[in-house]
Structures are given as C-alpha cells and as structure tokens.
Ligand binder design. Structure first.
Ligand code: AMP
Length: 218
C-alpha cells in the first residue's frame, strides 16, 4: 500500500496530477476540496458550513476537514489500494491530526510531494481553469482547452469557472497558502520525506517529473 500527500499552492496542478496518477496506478484520489464542493452541491449542513469559508478563499476549520479525512481513510477499499491526499493537510495542525489518524489506523505516508511553480503562472492557470458542472472534469482554456468551447469532452456538460477562481479570491488563496500552508514545507522537510517537483511545465512534463520522484513506472 502506498500513500502520498500532494502539497503546493493553488494552481500547481495537484488535482490534475493526482487524478492522472490515481487512474494509472489504482490509487484512491482523496481531494478535500472535491469532497467539500460535493457537500455544497448536496446542500448538506457540512456544505453550508464549508461554503462560508470557501467562497472568500479561507480555509475550512481544521477539525471539520480532519474528521472528513479520518472517515475517508477508514474505508477498507482505500486501505487496500493506497491513496493520494490532494489538498490535505493544509495547516500544521492538520498534519498533526493526520499523523494521529494514520497512527490509529496503522498506516503511514510514504512521501510528501511539493508541487510548485512561479506565481504569475499559478494565477494564469487558476483564472483560465474551467470545471464541468456535470462530472467535475477540469479543463484550462489556455493550457488544456475542451474540444468545443464551454462543453465538457467527457459528458457534454456545461463548463463553468469555480467561484473561488475569480481574481480577488485567487490573491486571497495564495496569501492563505503562504501564511497557513507553506510552514508545512519545513515540517515535512525536517522529517526527511519531502520531495520537490517543478510543476511549471506541461501536464505531460509535470507528470513525468512526478513519476520520477515517486519512482512509479509510466
Ligand atoms: P481546493 O479544491 O483544494 O483548491 O480547495 C478549495 C477550497 O476548499 C479551499 O480554498 C478551502 O476553502 C477548502 N479546503 C480544501 N481542502 C482544505 C483543507 N485541507 N483545509 C481547509 N480547507 C480546505
């Protein structure tokens, strides 16, 4: 069983890379952002609570996300397949809670990958991102456009911009990353399991670099 954490600023491509790798290697892709957006679409209490933080680009409280992750990791299927945590942990407190949770379930993280790119590129990627309102597939009008503008290649659903991909919110999310998430780089570096990947290339180039640091076959 292999377990990885993908760390990095918004726009680095954590979700895209995690979804490509999970598909190719049979790993579960656990994205706290996707789980929270699903709760918002379901109009659940959790969704309503999360929305108030997500819309302005703030982090959802640690205990809320930690309990979602704990429940997700407890699933037998995930324990068998291994997993990629995409967008969790995002604070030092979350990293501590993750350690406790993994310890209780006799699991551990094999590697933490830091995906990073230049700020201007991150902003360009985020403002050009479009997400399918039907199946959730992610496109980028600059770097990976759909075959037909505004239409999902996979399910023909309508593509839309995420509420938190608007310019003011992008700035806010990058600030939140610097203040609350970037300290995790040192946290994991001290443990000796941090690996860095330059995520400023094409999807294919970034995927190849990621496979190389994780020693995964193509
Ligand atoms: P993402 O899809 O990873 O960019 O996450 C979108 C938003 O969901 C973030 O800006 C946060 O508001 C919320 N979120 C996702 N993961 C976490 C987390 N680990 N801790 C707190 N908030 C999170």
């Amino acid at each position: 069983m292999r377990a990885y954490v993908f760390l990095g600023p918004p726009g680095a491509g954590k979700g895209t890379m995690a979804s490509m790798l999970s598909e190719a290697h049979g790993l579960a892709h656990i994205s706290t952002g996707d789980i929270l957006r699903r709760e918002i679409r379901k109009h659940s209490d959790l969704g309503a609570q999360a929305k108030a933080y997500m819309e302005p680009g703030q982090l959802v409280p640690d205990n809320v996300v930690a309990s979602i992750v704990e429940q997700t990791l407890a699933a037998e299927k995930i324990r068998r397949s291994g997993f990629i945590l995409d967008g969790y942990p995002r604070t030092v407190r979350q990293a501590e809670l993750l350690d406790e949770s993994l310890g209780r379930q006799a699991m551990h993280i094999d590697a933490v990958v830091l995906l990073d790119a230049d700020r201007e590129l991150l902003k360009r990627r985020l403002s050009a991102r479009r997400v399918c309102t039907g199946c959730g597939a992610v496109f980028n009008v600059l770097f990976g456009p759909p075959k037909t503008e505004g239409v999902c290649d996979h399910c023909a659903g309508e593509l839309a911009q995420r509420d938190d991909d608007r310019p003011e919110t992008i700035e806010q999310r990058l600030e939140v990353y610097d203040r609350q998430t970037a300290p995790l780089i040192e946290f994991y570096e001290r443990r000796g399991n941090l690996r860095r990947v330059d995520a400023s290339g094409s999807r294919e180039a970034n995927l190849a670099a990621l496979r190389q640091v994780l020693e995964l076959d193509a």
